[in-house]
Design a protein around this ligand. Structure first.
Ligand SMILES: Cc1cc2nc3c(=O)[nH]c(=O)nc-3n(C[C@H](O)[C@H](O)[C@H](O)COP(=O)(O)OP(=O)(O)OC[C@H]3O[C@@H](n4cnc5c(N)ncnc54)[C@H](O)[C@@H]3O)c2cc1C
Length: 418
């Protein structure tokens, strides 16, 4: 097993963190996930116990708020975007803020795993398959790694095939290797956060928030589907794709897109398909119809291949009502990935499939802002297919913003979409 790579305080300070959201983070360095002030900060309702809602609720609780977290189907439920088996965690980004948020989240996932004693973060590294000598993404990410003193190793296609003989690399220009990356057990991570939230005094209710009740520009309470009303001072909606159902004004501004995941049975007598022999991977063929990604053999689930089907896969009108079955064409696309990249896996039985969704904003940046019609109503979302890993840092920033300790980050403002 690769030893855990811990973000050192020196590396973090060396980052010279620029972005507003993260400046707060460095100053928060001293307060870890454990400290709880004694001051009563008032009541907050958080709707949604996925990656964004769960972490926001936990951070708000630890800031001294009385928090009630409500979820229709449960933390990490399999209708939610956080309900998958695994999610990649990687700092390989072309935007500084997500690079920084990932480093902060790696720190927090490590700390949280230790504190709850049921680790979900598996740091088995990431391979980025590049088809060209360079890409805008690689050009943007490489200096960030260098400045942070972190490894992003560039390996020729021939050498990569020697190091990882499981991979076919003839059509690649090179492979990038990031040992700090890995994967998270997604739905288990949401369950761990919710359990810790309850353990530390938070109130969790499994019900749907049917509507919010307003008076003079403020939300006064929410009504649950069982008729109960919950009053509070502030309300945060981290409802993933359902945000389009709760706030129809967002329809047309953000779109829900389909993502599909396949698990293939790895050869029974071959351990090289397991996570300690093969890192997670992303195939960055920018000219290709889709960019698959995967996780080898996590939690005895088999070999995961994930992809966003090409073409029109907008499911905004039906993501919560249609049958989540994969199409024959999507299976063929996944089998094509095996043929192209992992030839020894060709013909291996498909043992499980998952259909899920991304809540996409036009710029792939998140939403963390007040609703324009209610000053104490917060919208948290727009995950755009890359939010799970960032739950801890996004939750930290959301809690600080809701607590009034920092302003709304301009990149996450709602008005950019309206
Ligand atoms: C196939 C696929 C692969 C992905 N891979 C990665 C990856 O490798 N790395 C990564 O970082 N991210 C990845 N993502 C994205 C990641 O899963 C999301 O960014 C993240 O899960 C979003 O979390 P969320 O809390 O915003 O939404 P969700 O997880 O959808 O949570 C919203 C919650 O709100 C609840 N809810 C909705 N409406 C109501 C209501 N009215 N009342 C009460 N509760 C309500 C729901 O039950 C749900 O639990 C992937 C996503 C998909 C689909």
């Amino acid at each position: 097993m690769i030893p855990k790579t811990k973000l050192t305080r020196r590396a973090a300070i060396k980052l010279g963190v620029g972005t507003t959201a993260l400046t707060a983070v460095t100053s928060l360095w001293s307060s870890s996930l454990t400290a709880r002030p004694l001051i009563d900060k008032g009541k907050v309702v958080v709707a949604g116990a996925g990656a964004f809602g769960g972490w926001t609720a936990l951070w708000l609780l630890r800031k001294g708020f009385h928090v009630t977290m409500v979820d229709s189907f449960g933390p990490g439920n399999n209708q939610s975007s956080s309900g998958g088996e695994t999610r990649l965690i990687r700092a390989f980004y072309d935007k500084q803020i997500y690079f920084d948020m990932t480093l902060r989240s790696i720190e927090l996932w490590n700390e949280f795993d230790k504190s709850v004693g049921r680790p979900v973060f598996h740091q088995n590294g990431l391979l980025v398959f590049n088809h060209k000598p360079t890409t805008p993404e690689t050009e943007a990410a490489t200096p960030m790694y260098r400045k942070a003193g972190l490894t992003l190793e560039k390996i020729s296609a021939a050498d990569a095939a020697k190091r990882w003989p499981q991979i076919r690399t003839e059509d690649l220009d090179h492979v990038l290797y990031d040992p700090q990356a890995g994967y998270l057990e997604a739905r288990q991570g949401c369950i761990n956060v919710c359990e810790q939230f309850i353990k530390e005094g938070g109130t969790y209710i499994q019900q749907k928030v049917a509507k919010e009740n307003r008076s003079s520009g403020k939300v006064t309470s929410v009504t649950l589907s069982d008729g109960r009303q919950i009053e509070a001072d502030q309300f945060a909606f981290a409802c993933g794709p359902w945000i389009t159902r709760l706030f129809p004004s967002l329809t047309g501004k953000i779109h829900i897109h389909r993502g599909v995941v396949f698990f293939f049975a790895s050869p029974p007598d071959k351990s090289e398909w397991l996570e300690n022999k093969l890192p997670t991977w992303m195939d960055r063929d920018h000219d290709g119809p889709f960019r698959p990604f995967g996780v080898p053999g996590s939690a005895f689930r088999g070999f995961k291949v994930g992809l966003t089907p090409p073409g029109d896969n907008d499911i905004t009108d039906r993501f919560d009502t249609y049958d989540r079955t994969v199409t024959t064409h999507e299976i063929e696309l996944a089998q094509g990935v095996l043929k192209r990249r992992f030839p020894a896996m060709v013909g291996r039985p498909l043992i499980e499939t998952r259909v899920c969704q991304y809540t996409d904003t036009p710029d792939s940046d998140f939403i963390l802002d007040r609703h324009p019609e209610a000053s104490n109503l917060w919208i948290l979302g727009g995950d755009s297919g890359h939010g799970y890993k960032l739950g801890p840092a996004f939750g930290e920033t959301s809690a600080r913003t809701i607590a009034g300790e920092t302003g709304v980050n301009r990149m996450f403002e709602l008005k950019r979409l309206l």
